[in-house]
Design a protein around this ligand. Structure first.
Ligand code: AMP
Length: 305
């Protein structure tokens, strides 16, 4: 099932309790695609960067096997999306320091003709009207799933609610689910989001795992248990979870509940490699064999009975 993603390709600044890094490669689309490419290829990217996009970021993205960059527009006179965030001591919560929209304030990137047969669409974090614009170009899709973020819930709620009526699934974190619904319980919040349109919702809870609320039932996965030294930078872990999840569905070619349960496990182990480094490096230096080994380890850890 051909899988397409749109979202941000970003230049990130990240503060953790022990380090500060500037100009690292990031963006919701980049993390998603790098994670999904372990499971399925090609992953079709639709996005835009400006003339300030660092050469090393381009080389890194180009070095990742299984990405199709035909839909990546380079706009020389524009600015790349840039984001800065600071993690609190527990590394499970963060605040946004700045968001510079850059290319996101311009016309959405064009979808290449060669992407027209895409059947799975992932709308990684971006302005909801950009997400909607892309979605409307794929009337023949089989599954559309979206993520969103505090900024868009604050400034573009109306567009977000229009988007939610059109999509099948939402992958969101616990704080955003609460912001959207004013409900703290993630399962009840997910049910409230389902009333807004989608047929399933995954609420990500950082180090506490994730829960899938689906019309056929509920599934939960814990996070992969990492020691302190394995958690260097959580940025992009949510997008990487979504990439592992959707990538598995694309390779399985099936949209049923059982496949989604397995996909939750793949999303979890894929995301665990993002946490170990700043930027895309964690995913870019991981092999499929390491991923398989970690899935086996995860299955042992969660075994019941
Ligand atoms: P995550 O940690 O999974 O929520 O994803 C963080 C990534 O999303 C970073 O690499 C940022 O560049 C990107 N990002 C941050 N804020 C936004 C936003 N409002 N819209 C789209 N992408 C964003």
């Amino acid at each position: 099932m051909p899988l397409l993603v749109t979202g941000t390709i970003g230049i990130d600044t990240v503060h953790t309790p022990t380090a500060k890094v500037e100009e690292v490669s990031g963006g919701s689309c980049a993390y998603f695609a790098a994670a999904a490419a372990f499971h399925h290829s090609p992953i079709r990217i639709v996005g835009a960067v400006g003339g300030d996009w660092p050469r090393e970021h381009a080389s890194l993205l180009e070095s990742i096997d299984g990405l199709c960059l035909d839909g990546l527009e380079r706009r020389d006179s524009s600015k790349t999306f840039a984001w800065g965030g600071r993690y609190f001591d527990n590394m499970n919560q963060r605040e946004t320091l700045f968001t510079e929209l850059g290319v996101l304030e311009e016309a959405p990137p064009k979808v290449p003709e060669s992407y027209e047969d895409s059947r799975l669409i992932f709308l990684a974090n971006s302005h909801p009207s950009v997400q909607l614009d892309l979605l409307n170009q794929f009337p023949g899709r089989q599954l559309a799933v979206a993520d969103t973020m505090d900024l868009w819930i604050n400034i573009a709620r109306d567009e977000l609610l229009i988007l939610f009526k059109e999509i099948d699934g939402v992958i969101i974190n616990d704080a955003e689910a609460e912001q959207l619904t004013e409900i703290t319980n993630p399962i009840t919040a997910a049910r409230e989001i389902i009333k807004m349109g989608p047929s399933f919702v995954i609420v990500k809870k950082g180090e506490h795992g994730a829960v899938l609320v689906h019309q056929e039932g509920i599934a939960v996965v814990p996070a992969f248990p990492l020691e302190l030294e394995g958690v260097i930078d959580p940025t992009g872990a949510g997008d990487s979870f979504a990439g592992g999840f959707m990538g598995h569905i694309a390779s399985a070619g099936s949209l049923d509940f059982k496949t989604m349960q397995e996909a939750m496990a793949w999303g979890t182990v894929t995301a665990s490699f993002t946490l170990g480094s700043f930027g895309l490096d964690g995913l870019a230096t991981t092999t499929r064999e390491q991923l398989n080994d970690r899935l086996d380890e995860f299955k042992e850890i969660v075994k019941i009975g």
